[in-house]
Design a protein around this ligand. Structure first.
Ligand code: V47
Length: 384
């Protein structure tokens, strides 16, 4: 086993870490030290800059032919209690009603519905662009793209080209779960394999479509499986360079086939962010996804290797079905406050990390207290 001292030396020299190093990092009890090392890398890459965007989530259908053990959201068949499939007008309406303060990105994740025509998805995208031509459409995981290819008799490339013609801009990182077949065959054995997930991203990158990547952690996987997952992503990125961000997703146990398992702890959340930053030396951004980890842990994550907080989101449902206690959306000001109180500079970005607005860093908790106090009609007395 390598030691933490050896790993620290390598990280400071900009050397690549091995699988063995990854295991040492996951097994090290002093996760704060791992966090500090990840923070060095984070600051080397991004300084204090912390990215976020204005986005909106829509799941147009939760009807899904797959039966993943961790999923609390999907229903096997149309018509089952709790199943829903939006009419296109309903989905478009979700954007229309927000046009006074419109999102810059729409993130769509669905179940694998066996009964819809492919044109449903094309029309969905076209409709969003009709309402807001410059909205970025980050839609359909690699698992969905793989399903479309099989179900509608096309290649991955044909599916992606058709969807791009309809308005698709990038792919989200969902559906990756854990790539290793020993775990994947137990938690999601009836959808795209790890290799198939990777192949969809490879094809997307070849077509110039950017993607994100994820890892669902904290259930039945071991640290070996996590390291294996990170190394597979790193190898793909070496090959294509098309991934923008990696998002570790903390497992939520409520209402699914693994409800007997406890959710990962805060230490695991922070350590996993940190190890991801250290191992994925070629993926530019690490996202602390506040829906999965809570806004409080995500905020701490900004000092454990993460440089991105995803976005305002508006109406998340997958994690809420699985018992998330996080709010369903955060206001723009709440996101600014979380980032600033972590001592970071908030940068509003678009999905492709173009800077839209660089905010000043002026806000400190003390000043915030004063503002609150003034609002309450009192003045702080300085004693001294
Ligand atoms: O693919 C489902 C995960 C993913 C549970 O690309 C669960 O920017 C934990 O991929 N506990 C969807 N996780 C969300 C996703 C995502 C989120 C934020 C940003 C981006 C991005 C992508 O959620 C699914 C699955 O891996 N998931 N159920 C659960 N019970």
């Amino acid at each position: 086993m390598t030691t933490l001292a050896e790993i620290t030396k390598k990280v400071r020299a900009g050397e690549r870490l091995t699988a063995e190093d990854g295991l040492t990092l996951f097994r090290e009890p002093d996760f704060v030290t791992i966090g500090q090392l990840a923070n060095e890398v984070r600051e080397r890459l991004h300084g204090d800059r912390t990215y976020f965007n204005r986005n909106m989530r829509i799941e147009v259908t939760n009807v899904c032919m797959a039966s993943c053990l961790f999923c609390s959201f999907a229903k096997l068949e149309e018509g089952m209690p709790g199943s829903h499939t939006m009419k296109l007008e309903e989905a478009w309406r979700e954007l229309e009603i927000r046009m006074d303060d419109p999102p810059g990105e729409i993130h769509v994740v669905n179940g694998l519905h066996p009964g819809l025509p492919f044109s449903y998805y094309e029309d969905l995208l076209k409709g969003f662009k009709r309402i807001k031509p410059d909205v970025h459409l980050k839609c359909f995981t690699a698992v969905e793209i793989h399903f479309f290819a099989k179900h509608y008799g096309m290649t991955n490339e044909e599916v992606l080209v058709k969807l791009r013609e309809a308005g698709l801009d990038s792919l989200p990182g969902g559906g990756a779960e854990i790539f290793h077949p020993d775990v994947r065959s137990r938690i999601s054995n009836d959808k795209a394999t790890g290799d198939e997930w990777i192949e969809v991203h490879r094809v997307a990158h070849r077509l110039g479509i950017r993607t994100n990547s994820t890892m669902l952690y904290g259930h039945i996987e071991t640290f070996d499986h996590r390291v294996d997952h990170l190394l597979r992503l790193r190898a793909l990125q070496d090959e294509t360079g098309g991934m923008q961000a990696f998002i570790p997703l903390a497992f939520h146990p409520d209402g699914n086939g693994m409800k007997h398992l406890p959710a990962p702890t805060a230490a695991d959340d922070l350590r996993t962010l940190a190890v991801s930053r250290l191992m994925l030396d070629n993926i530019p951004h690490i996202k602390a996804y506040w829906v999965s980890s809570t806004p409080k842990i995500a905020q701490l994550g900004l000092r454990f290797g993460a440089d991105d907080m995803d976005g305002t989101i508006i109406h998340e449902t997958i994690y809420h079905a699985a018992g998330s206690s996080s709010p369903q959306g955060l206001s723009y000001d709440e996101l600014l406050r979380l980032i600033r109180e972590a001592g970071r500079t908030p940068i509003e970005r678009d999905t492709l990390y173009n800077v839209l607005k660089e905010h000043p860093r002026e806000y400190v908790p003390e000043a915030a207290m004063k503002v609150k106090d003034r609002k309450a009609g009192r003045h702080l007395q300085v004693v001294g």
